[in-house]
Design a protein around this ligand. Structure first.
Ligand code: PGA
Length: 243
C-alpha cells in the first residue's frame, strides 16, 4: 500500500506571521509514513518554501495555463515550479463555482501543469442540486473526461461540493461507492492516480475516513489552518494505515 496523502488547502487565509507560526509547529512532526502537502496562498509560497521542513511538500491553489505574458493577476505553472511547488490544485469547486472555471479551461490548466512538471490535485465533485437530481455520475464523468489523453502524474480529489466547509462530511459508505466509480472511470482511461476525499475532514471523522482503504488520503480545508487539528489528522492516517 502506498503512503496516504494529507494535503491542506489554506484557501485565502493567513498572514506571514500566522503562517510562520503554523509551519514552525508542523516542522516538529515526524512525517515518514504520510505524504504531507501544504497549499498556502501565492503570497506565502516563497516563505513556506524557505522555512518548511523538506518532508512537507508545497503546492499552490491555482495557476493559469500560459507560460508568461500579458495576463494581469495570473501565475503560471513555471513560476510555481520556480518557487518550489511540486503540486497545484486544479478545478477546486470554489474556482469552478465562484470564478466560473469550466472543464474546458481546466483541461488547459492540467496540460500546462504537466508541461511544467507540476502534479495537479484535480478536484471533482457534484453540487447538492446535482446530487438531488441524480446527476452525480454524469457530472463526475464529465469532469473526469478532460483528463483523457493527458497521461500525466495526477492526484484526484473527490470533494462533494455540499460537504465543503459545512462541517458535515459525506458518509464513508457514500465516499467508498463514489471512489469505486471514480476508480472504474480512471481504469477505463488507463489512468493511475491516488484518489483523495475532501469536504469537512476533521480530527473527529478522520479515523473513519482513514480506515476506508479505498481512500488514498484527504484534502483538508478548515482543519488545515490549525496545527493541532492538521497534525491529528496526519497522525490518524499514519496510525490507521500502519496496521
Ligand atoms: P473543508 O474544505 O475541509 O473546509 O471542508 C475542503 C476543501 O475545500 O478542499
Amino acid at each position: 500500500m502506498h503512503k496516504p496523502i494529507v494535503a491542506a488547502n489554506w484557501k485565502m487565509n493567513l498572514t506571514k506571521k500566522s503562517a510562520e507560526d503554523l509551519i514552525a509547529k508542523l516542522n516538529k512532526f515526524v512525517y515518514e509514513d504520510v505524504e504531507v502537502i501544504i497549499m498556502p496562498p501565492f503570497t506565502l509560497l516563497d516563505m513556506a518554501a524557505s522555512i518548511a521542513d523538506n518532508r512537507i511538500k508545497l503546492g499552490a491553489q491555482n495557476c493559469y495555463y500560459k507560460k508568461n505574458g500579458a495576463f494581469t493577476g495570473e501565475i503560471s505553472p513555471d513560476m510555481l515550479v520556480d518557487i518550489g511547488c511540486k503540486y497545484v490544485i486544479v478545478g477546486h469547486s470554489e474556482r469552478r463555482h465562484i470564478f466560473g472555471e469550466t472543464n474546458d479551461l481546466l483541461r488547459k490548466k492540467l496540460a500546462a501543469s504537466k508541461q511544467a512538471g507540476l502534479i495537479p490535485v484535480y478536484c471533482i465533485g457534484e453540487t447538492l442540486d446535482e446530487k438531488r437530481k441524480g446527476e452525480k455520475e454524469s457530472v463526475l464523468s464529465e469532469q473526469l473526461n478532460i483528463i483523457d489523453n493527458l497521461s500525466m502524474p495526477l492526484i484526484v480529489a473527490y470533494e462533494p461540493v455540499w460537504a465543503i466547509g459545512t462541517g458535515v462530511a459525506a458518509e464513508v459508505v457514500t465516499i467508498r461507492e463514489t471512489i469505486k466509480l471514480i476508480r472504474q472511470k480512471l481504469r477505463e482511461k488507463r489512468v493511475k492516480a491516488p484518489v483523495l476525499y475532501g469536504g469537512s475532514v476533521k480530527p473527529d471523522n478522520a479515523k473513519e475516513i482513514a480506515s476506508e482503504t479505498l481512500i488514498d488520503g484527504a484534502l483538508v480545508g478548515g482543519s488545515g489552518l490549525n496545527a493541532d487539528s492538521f497534525l491529528q489528522i496526519i497522525d490518524i492516517f499514519k496510525e490507521v494505515r500502519k496496521c
